[in-house]
Design a protein around this ligand. Structure first.
Ligand code: HEM
Length: 529
């Protein structure tokens, strides 16, 4: 019996070893520099042990081979080609997008392929592949046109009033507070209000089931990581699916799906129509109107033109698709926006001159609108506000690296580097954002990096905070609107003051899903005269 046991363990080990290491000579064979792979984790044991954040790891890799066009590495057994050259990135993300439509190869897709509740994750925009992704993306893109965003303003402005009250309490108390704790509430409430039609009122009560479920959803511990990555082992995903084992936050996933389903049911039964994102998603299943088409095809912005996806929309209403999409908007938008706002508050507290310059711009816009928050179009046209936000995303990039899977064999132009179907490409956004060839003094927060002149002097592929091309962040317009409204409402009334509770050197917390700072970021706030 013991002998049979040892034999089974040894066989499983040998099969896994062979499975993981079989491609470890891949980069050597094609003659590009690479980080060697080790069984079972590949090039970075830190991902498994959570001892360093992936944003830092990917940045270090980029810096080590910065002068090369590419370098290779291994994520577990998977060879990953890291592309540094910005012209090559243009090909991957826009010009030759049809070779790189997917974010995950068939193996990484298995990470989501488990029991009933994990299946919801598989249907998300972020993890869908090929034509299925194109169907969903082209169907729901119209909810993010500027016309639709304009109608989101009233929901966001309502939540911003709670943010202002919270700031009043902090200003009156004079005490330091953790920035993400406040901005996270704003981000959660505005997204839930716009996407689900529900105002969780996190500012009033942090202990509601909604807020508690959101908090759990975004905390990933070592055990979660081990469970997730175990799916890369041979037949593990298949077995878990057979046993209906869901490991991707099943309780919380169920909670949010039930909430959205109930909302849709309620809308159907009562005919209630607040014109939020859920209503718009349902509308998206109907043919596009002429004006919506125009707002897409007439954009002068290169980022938006590159993002355009030529594909048919789905015409049949599928409720699951609406539910999954509403859910992923919350997942993809909550922490990214909350974190970005927290960094902005931190940077303003450190750079009073920048804060004052922005306050002048904002005050003038309020003055011209009789002291009220300006109209949508005016908010969009405040240049220094947008420069500050983009610079914050560059300095502390929430999504530090993006993946693309190759769907057809591809040779990079003017190069002998070839990638095959299912190979993974890593886009090292954070490394590029910290490259002094594109941003002088890259550690310094300097909104001038996003002046018209500075942007014209470098490739657009040196700023990847929201991605680029048809797979770029679908919620960018929404995120910018939310962030702008929050910053305007706060800075018009208050100023951030630096807190000595902040660490001297900011270190990204390896356990934070996106890259937030270990120990948090603090500020004080004071009333303006
Ligand atoms: C400052 C805030 C945000 C940042 C920095 C950010 C950044 C990103 C990045 C870098 C990507 C990947 C792009 C690529 O692979 O090329 C992405 C994808 C995505 N984002 Fe955002 N995002 C933000 C806010 C939001 C918001 C508010 C929403 C929802 C309303 C959202 C929804 C999504 C979705 C659904 C995707 C997947 C798109 C697809 O695969 O088709 N994001 N985001």
């Amino acid at each position: 019996m013991l002998f049979e046991g040892i034999l089974i363990v040894a066989t499983v080990f040998l099969i896994s070893y062979r499975y993981v290491t079989k491609n470890f000579d891949r980069w050597k064979n094609i003659g590009i520099p690479y980080m060697k792979g080790t069984f079972p984790y590949g090039s970075h044991i830190e991902i498994l042990t959570q001892s360093k954040h992936i944003n830092e790891l990917f940045r270090e890799g980029y810096e080590k081979y910065r002068d090369e066009d590419f370098h290779g590495m291994f994520l577990f057994g998977k060879p990953v080609l890291v592309v540094h050259n910005t012209e090559m990135l243009r090909h991957v993300m826009v010009k030759d997008f049809n070779y790189f439509v997917d974010r995950n190869d068939s193996n990484f897709t298995r990470l989501f392929d488990g029991g009933e509740y994990d299946q919801y994750w598989l249907k998300q925009l972020t993890s869908l592949n090929g034509d299925e992704w194109k169907d969903v993306r082209s169907t729901f893109s119209p909810i993010f046109t500027s016309g639709k965003m304009k109608s989101m303003l009233r929901f966001i402005t309502e939540i911003a009033q709670s943010l202002k009250s919270e700031f009043k309490t902090h200003a009156d108390s004079g005490r330091d507070f953790e920035l993400r704790e406040v901005f996270g509430k704003f981000s959660l409430d505005s997204l839930a209000y716009c996407a689900f039609g529900i105002n969780p009122k996190s500012f009033e009560d942090e202990k509601t089931t909604f807020v508690k479920n959101a908090a759990k959803m975004f905390t990933i511990n070592l055990l979660d990581n081990i469970k997730i990555f175990s799916r890369l082992l041979p037949y593990s995903a298949e077995l878990q699916k057979m046993l209906n084992l869901s490991i991707l936050k099943p309780k919380e996933t169920k909670f949010f799906f039930d909430v959205i389903k109930k909302t849709i049911k309620h809308r159907r039964e009562t005919g209630d129509r607040p014109n939020d994102l859920i209503d718009m998603m349902i509308d998206c299943m109907k043919p596009m109107s002429g004006t919506e088409k125009d707002s897409y095809s007439e954009s002068h912005d290169q980022f938006e033109k590159d993002m355009k996806l030529e594909h048919k929309k789905i015409s049949e209403l599928d409720e699951d698709m609406v539910v999954s999409t509403a859910f992923i908007l919350l997942v993809a938008g909550y922490d990214t926006t909350g974190m970005t706002l927290s960094y902005i508050g931190y940077f303003f507290s450190k750079h009073q001159d920048i804060q004052t310059r922005l306050q002048n711009e904002i005050d003038q816009a309020y003055e011209e609108n009789e002291g009220k928050l300006p109209e949508y179009q005016i908010i969009q046209e405040l240049p220094y506000l947008e420069m500050c936000i983009m610079e914050s995303v560059r300095c502390m990039t929430p999504v530090g690296g993006m993946l693309r899977a190759c769907t057809k064999d591809y040779r990079f132009p003017n190069s002998n580097v070839e990638v095959k179907v299912n190979d993974l490409i890593l886009i090292p956004a954070y490394g590029i954002h910290k490259d002094e060839r594109y941003y002088p003094n890259p550690e310094q927060f300097n909104p001038e990096n996003f002046s018209k002149k500075a942007k014209q002097s470098r490739s657009p592929f040196t700023f990847l905070g929201f991605g680029q091309g048809p797979r770029a962040c679908i919620g960018m317009r929404f995120a910018l609107l939310e962030t702008k409204v929050a910053v305007m409402e706060v800075l018009h009334n208050y100023s951030f003051i630096y807190s000595n509770k902040n660490p001297e050197v900011l270190q990204i917390d390896p356990q934070s899903q996106l890259g937030y700072i270990k120990g948090g970021l603090y500020a004080k706030i004071e009333h303006r005269n």
